[in-house]
Design a protein around this ligand. Structure first.
Ligand code: ADP
Ligand code: PRP
Ligand code: MG
Length: 235
């Protein structure tokens, strides 16, 4: 037989069980580091760092929020398929992903973190402007194959794109490519490798992305988190 007290306990438990666990996907390194202060503004801390742990799922001080630590370029995939409700990814990664997998991702906020720019760079001494004017076919090394294809098509430049996964700056030095398309921040990596920037393609920062189905079904829990990120990123 239920007593009044049993009912109260049952109600409390039901409410807690019904509340979904929100999953935020992000990459370790600069995005994780730049996200911590935003979470802190929302009163959320993370006890363990992915930099010193081999774990891939991290609880936070909010029992209803956990973090997934994935490769930067995989963040949109986790969110698009709903394996994570929300995520944080650079505009570079989002644009590249969106070209192949359009739709499904809502981008409510530019968090203004992990700021850099997407640029074209060549070896010092390579006359990029002349090559473009002459209609030369250029070899471009990049991990942003779709962005590169679109950028050079718009300029009317013929390119052979060579897909690399990192250290793009090496390609022009060893004759693998005439140019690279990569992100630049301080310019230190270009200088260290005697490359020069010849085109500033677009500014890059990281954005919050949200699974559209989650936003509908979990709005009550997601919206306050989105609002907290918006407020924190404006400070
Ligand atoms: P990855 O391992 O894919 O290179 P990063 O942590 O280096 O991951 O980059 C994540 C995001 O941070 C990129 O998608 C880009 O938006 C931004 N970013 C990359 N390099 C820099 C940089 N040197 N300075 C600032 N932001 C950067
Ligand atoms: C990024 C990018 C450039 C460098 C630009 O590399 O791919 O190589 O930063 O930054 P800078 O202009 O301040 O030198 P990252 O440090 O992320 O190395 P990785 O992606 O190859 O691991
Ligand atoms: Mg990187």
């Amino acid at each position: 037989m239920n007593t009044v007290n049993d009912n109260v306990v049952a109600d409390v438990n039901t409410t807690e069980q019904d509340r979904p666990l929100i999953t935020l996907a992000l990459s370790k390194g600069r995005i994780f580091e730049d996200t911590l202060p935003l979470l802190a503004e929302a009163g959320i801390s993370v006890a363990e760092s992915p930099e010193s742990s081999r774990k891939l799922i991290f609880p936070t001080s909010d029992p209803y929020l956990r973090l997934l630590v994935v490769r930067a370029s995989d963040v949109p995939t986790y969110v698009q398929y709903g394996a994570a409700d929300i995520g944080i990814a650079g505009k570079d990664v989002l644009y590249e992903h969106g070209k192949e997998h359009p739709g499904g991702l809502y981008q409510p906020i530019d968090l203004d973190i992990a700021k850099c720019r997407l640029s074209v760079a060549v070896r010092r001494g390579f006359d990029y402007e002349a090559a473009v004017k002459q209609g030369a076919r250029l070899r471009v090394a990049t991990k942003y194959v779709n962005v590169a294809r679109e950028h050079f098509a718009r300029k009317g430049v013929y390119v052979d794109i060579i897909k690399l996964y990192g250290s793009m700056e090496l390609a022009p030095l060893v004759g693998l490519a005439d140019a690279i398309l990569d992100v630049v921040s301080t310019g230190g990596t270009l200088r260290a490798n005697d490359l020069v920037e010849v085109e500033d393609v677009w500014p890059v920062s990281s954005r919050l992305i949200v699974n559209q189905a989650s936003l509908k079904t979990r709005a009550k829990y997601l919206q306050p988190l989105i609002d907290a990120f918006a407020k924190a990123s404006q400070k």
